[in-house]
Design a protein around this ligand. Structure first.
Ligand code: AMP
Ligand code: ZN
Length: 496
């Protein structure tokens, strides 16, 4: 089977070949933990989780790093403005450390609620300050940096391929540079590797800038130390390069992020990593498109950045939302509406009922000949294979959803005796492995007592005792399941 992904590096769909056979190194830009994640943020992590799952389904061993941005992400991409963490701290009257810790915990809990696989390494930017400074040192030794009043910057003019990744027109950017562009910067797109704490301010998160990285200010003795003491903090882009390369080596197989990362964050990651190492930073770059809400960009001022808890309050589970996300291809723009979420919730409910059919059929002992002529099982096994192929094809999750609908449509309404239990169970497992929808765990069998009531109701119907049949139906529904009468007898389903 071949895996292929749209690669921002080549601007086309490429067949995926890892550097080392059977092994994949993968880095995902993680969240900035200054607030709850909104539905848009979560879509990114749901798609990248699907990527991990399909790599694994193709027999690859994935080593994955995800960072937690707990310092240095400024409100403006132009290295200006407040650090989002420090801003969050002021908003809540806590320290930036408390804010980071609270929202990191919330992120980890949210990942579990969405059934996202845990990366081997989820690491905080503040735990890798030494490595980030070391990268600045390497870049400095190679002549890629310069110091201005507010920090140490990367000189993009020293990296000739700077704009290639995003197709940037640097001349136009220069001509159109905004007035507030820091005039000390040599080029408008130069970015801060390390920023200094502004004079007279203290930050919750700051570290002493190693003296060898600073342009020395001449003085004697103690005064020298005083004069050359500068507190500072890393630029946002630096952390991803430093952490990715520390744990995964100079060249990664795959790097993922949102489309908003292409022109600045990933462009800068590539520049500083490749300037430092001289080799390609990542072979495949995958980006998820954005989710809008009611056709509008998600923004704080509109209050449309729903959280998982917000969806829960309206009666939608994280898995309803997960399916809502997977119904769209990761490279097309999404639109969140409660109507769309409702339809995903109904679809998931129907899938659970189809999954529950495995409790209502029996695995018959068959010889191989009989098996090979059994249409239902052959078709379900084929659907499992088709699912893997769809997702291997640049994560085509909408096609995968259509395959699942079709597979369940085929078994709906047929004689329960004709459903091959093992084939159905194996199909459900494949769906869960690839899409993480927990169909298996959320389609539990009913108790023997309820099963007895269902049989009693069938008997009452056979005797045309409709009153008893209705009374039994009410009793059954109290346990959260209902019965549906088909041409082939009654089946039970979960109440919506
Ligand atoms: P941040 O916490 O701002 O660093 O963002 C976390 C992740 O969410 C990044 O990968 C962004 O690309 C992604 N992201 C932000 N807004 C959206 C959106 N509306 N739709 C999809 N992804 C988004
Ligand atoms: Zn990043």
């Amino acid at each position: 089977m071949s895996l292929q992904f749209h690669n921002q590096l080549t601007h086309r769909v490429d067949t995926f070949t890892p550097q080392i056979e059977g092994k994949v190194s993968l880095y995902t830009c993680g969240p900035t933990v200054y607030n709850y994640l909104h539905v848009g943020n979560w879509t990114a992590y749901i798609y990248w989780d699907t990527l991990i799952r399909v790599l694994q389904a193709n027999g690859l061993r994935v080593e994955r790093v995800m960072n937690i941005t707990d310092v240095g992400h400024l409100v403006s991409d132009a290295d200006e403005g407040e650090d989002k963490l420090e801003k969050g701290a002021r908003r809540e009257g806590k320290t930036a450390w408390d804010i980071a810790s609270f929202y990191t915990d919330d992120f980890i809990k949210g990942m579990a609620r969405l059934h996202l696989l845990t990366p081997q390494h989820i690491i905080k930017a503040t735990s890798y300050i030494t490595e980030q400074l070391e990268l600045v040192r390497t870049l400095q030794k190679k002549g890629f940096t310069y110091q201005i009043d507010d920090g140490i910057y990367f000189d993009t003019s020293k990296f000739p391929s700077y704009g290639h990744f995003a197709g940037l027109d640097l001349d136009a950017q220069k001509a159109g540079a905004r007035v507030e562009f820091n005039p000390q910067k040599k080029n408008p797109v130069d970015f801060a590797l390390w920023k200094f704490t502004p004079q007279g301010e203290t930050r919750d998160m700051e570290w002493e800038t190693p003296i060898d990285l600073l342009e020395p200010i001449v003085a004697d003795g103690l005064e020298y130390e005083q004069a050359n003491k500068k507190m500072g903090f890393p630029g946002w882009h630096l952390e991803c390069s430093a952490m990715a390369m520390t744990l995964l080596g100079k060249t990664l197989d795959i790097h993922t992020g949102g489309i908003d990362h292409i022109p600045v964050h990933h462009t800068n990651e590539i520049a500083q990593s490749e300037a430092a190492t001289g080799v390609t930073f990542a072979h495949y770059w995958l980006h998820n498109n954005h989710l809008k809400v009611n056709g509008t960009k998600i923004s704080k001022s509109l209050g449309n950045g729903y959280t998982l808890n917000g969806l829960g309050e309206k009666g939608y589970s994280p898995l309803d939302f997960r399916l809502f996300v997977l119904q769209r291809h990761y490279r097309s723009e999404g639109n969140f509406t409660f109507e769309n979420l409702e339809s995903a919730k109904n679809r998931l409910h129907n899938w659970r009922n189809s999954a529950a059919l495995r409790h209502q059929t029996h695995d018959r002992l068959r010889d191989d000949d009989e098996k090979s002529t059994d249409d239902e099982s052959v078709s379900l096994y084929a659907s499992s294979q088709a699912l893997i192929e769809a997702i291997s094809n640049d994560l085509d999750t909408p096609a995968a959803c259509a395959i699942i609908d079709e597979a369940f449509r085929k078994i709906d309404g047929i004689n329960l005796e004709d459903i091959h239990q093992h084939a159905l169970t194996s199909f459900i497992e494949t769906v869960d492995n690839l899409l993480g929808l927990a169909l298996f765990d959320t389609s539990k069998d009913i108790s023997d007592d309820i099963k007895r009531l269902i049989i009693e109701r069938e008997r009452a119907r056979e005797k045309k005792d409709w009153q008893a049949a209705d009374r039994l139906r009410d009793q059954i529904e109290k346990s959260g399941v209902t019965v549906r009468d088909t041409a082939h007898g009654s089946i039970w389903e979960y109440v919506a």
